[in-house]
Design a protein around this ligand. Sequence first.
Ligand SMILES: Cc1cc2nc3c(=O)[nH]c(=O)nc-3n(C[C@H](O)[C@H](O)[C@H](O)COP(=O)(O)O)c2cc1C
Length: 338
Amino acid sequence: MYKLLRDALFLFPAETSHHLALDALKLAGKTGLLGKPQAIPGKPVSVMGLNFPNPVGLAAGLDKNGDYIDALAALGFGFIEIGTVTPRPQPGNPKPRLFRLPEAQAIINRMGFNNHGIDGLLENVCKASYQGIIGINIGKNFDTPVENAVDDYLIGLRKAYLHAHYITVNISSPNTPGLRKLQYGDELKRLLTTLREEQAKLAEQHGRYVPVAIKVAPDLTEAEIRDMAAVFSSVGIDGLIATNTTLDKSVVQGLRHADEQGGLSGMPLTQHSTAVIRQFRADMDSQIPIIGVGGIMSGEAARAKLEAGASLVQVYTGFIYKGPQLIRACVEATKKAG
Ligand SMILES: Cc1cc2nc3c(=O)[nH]c(=O)nc-3n(C[C@H](O)[C@H](O)[C@H](O)COP(=O)(O)O)c2cc1C
């Protein structure tokens, strides 16, 4: 059934199908066709101090403004991450900026954090009736110099604090020039230390601790992972999300759209992101949980992420190619994981 729908949707340019599908889903939700926003019963897990009804979440970037929270929740996710959102609205990169590579079950995107700004997103969170776990993924505006990125993350952290169950600091999008520089050395340490201090202040002020996770790229050498893991362990983050999209397009070479600029996701990323998770798990403080994402196209791939050391998983490209049945397949497969 989803395959028929997908084949029809794939007749449109990728970004048009994205909006058509999500608007149709929202309409189905409003007319009661989807039922209540409810997680598929799975193996409940407690991670970052939060209780997840099942470990299968929606990755950031599909619902950048929190427009579709209830409709997506009705598909059974254990948690939903919205954003990336920036302090001010911004249009993102010129279109076309989203490309399907169906032969590889992959996507290349260079969206560039198109979003309506954090105030708009928070209004949507308040309107949603979903009671489950929401992560808000924050980023910097494209015209904020990378040296001042911390100011944008502080705005995001303060504003999102009381509206999120956890907050993700995205320093790994390949489509905001300079952003990935924040993943290294002193810049990483400075950024995280400042955010941790602010988080402690906010926790004190509001009497509520909201965990902060960091989302990293897959394009890291072993030495870079070791250095980052050391910083994460010493600063003490609440969670690591691994990984974002990759800039390595070697495996899709020769396919239509393979030369488009942007980050590659889906099947070609599966093994690589699992390897990154495995190394972070070996190098980082074992108390810091990992959320595994990248090329989960099947239940087995979700289980492989858990076996590599993740405590939760997220899907994006697999959800586009396989549809809502992927969520159930992942929930079932993760029930059987160790
Ligand atoms: C079209 C598109 C937009 C994305 N936007 C974001 C984003 O705004 N923020 C973010 O942290 N990750 C974003 N991602 C990355 C995904 O959350 C995920 O980390 C990555 O695609 C790997 O998972 P997948 O192979 O299941 O898609 C985006 C991915 C795609 C395909």
